[in-house]
Design a protein around this ligand. Structure first.
Ligand code: HEM
Length: 224
């Protein structure tokens, strides 16, 4: 397959910042629509849904980076951290919208919701698991944690599965949209499981080995 033209190295940093800016546009646009009364139906629910959907999209985009490189030779590893952090910011905004605009910071009601409604319990668990990943998405943590960093960040597969399940359970009828996300997440998880077999003996060392020497780049290139 023909390789995509490579982006000159001097533009890498700028392209990552551009991704952060572009990635936050749906939230800003949704907020503007809501604030100016242009969101249809229940604007709070609409905004909450928009944020939840983008969180799941960014999680899926994060998980797609490795298969894209393995299967199509497209190396966008440099964007993976930004995509993962965007997913985190969207979940945080989704959760904040739920707490503030949906539940008016009524903590007993929020706690009861988390305890009694399984789809909220699952969403909350996914959010809690995302926090350590977001906090360790920096070069210092990669160096410090070494191979444990890669192990910790494998949690992103559990989080994506929980996010898709949370979505499917939040709707009355599981239609095409939730199914699309479930299938995408299942394919990405399935790929992760068969990846060692597909790659055969290509990489015998555990992923993330070699990090101790400060080779942050190799951790960024390893799975997830
Ligand atoms: C990784 C974490 C999460 C992801 C990926 C996620 C994603 C989603 C998605 C895609 C939807 C459905 C949007 C639609 O119907 O169009 C949704 C709905 C919802 N989520 Fe989350 N969510 C997460 C965490 C949370 C958390 C932590 C809470 C609150 C504690 C929460 C509360 C809700 C609520 C209340 C709904 C709307 C249900 C309704 O229609 O009434 N979510 N979420």
């Amino acid at each position: 397959m023909a390789a995509l033209p490579a982006l000159p190295r001097k533009y890498h940093a700028a392209s990552i910042w551009l991704l952060y800016a572009a990635g936050l546009l749906p939230a800003a646009y949704g907020f503007w629509l809501g604030a100016t009364g242009r969101l249809p139906g229940n604007p709070v629910k609409e905004f909450e849904h928009l944020l939840g959907l983008w969180a799941l999209r960014f999680l899926i985009a994060t998980l797609s980076i490795t298969p894209l490189r393995d299967l199509l030779g497209i190396n966008w590893i440099r964007y993976r951290r930004a995509l993962g952090l965007l997913a985190f910011w969207y979940v945080l905004m989704h959760f904040t919208t739920y707490m503030v605009l949906d539940q008016y910071l009524n903590f007993p009601a929020i706690l009861a919701d988390i305890a009694k409604r399984p789809f909220i319990t699952i969403g909350m668990a996914a959010f809690l698991m995302l926090i350590p990943l977001a906090l360790t998405s920096n070069n210092w943590s990669i160096r410090r944690l070494g191979p444990r960093w890669v192990k910790l960040h494998r949690l992103v597969y559990v989080i994506a599965a929980a996010g898709a399940l949370h979505f499917a359970m939040s709707v009355k009828v599981v239609g095409l949209e939730p199914w699309t996300y479930i299938v995408l997440v299942a394919l990405l998880l399935g790929y992760r499981l068969i990846r060692p077999t597909l790659r055969g003996g290509k990489r015998r060392k555990p992923e993330g080995a070699g990090l101790r020497g400060g080779q942050v780049r190799s951790a960024q290139a390893g799975s997830p």
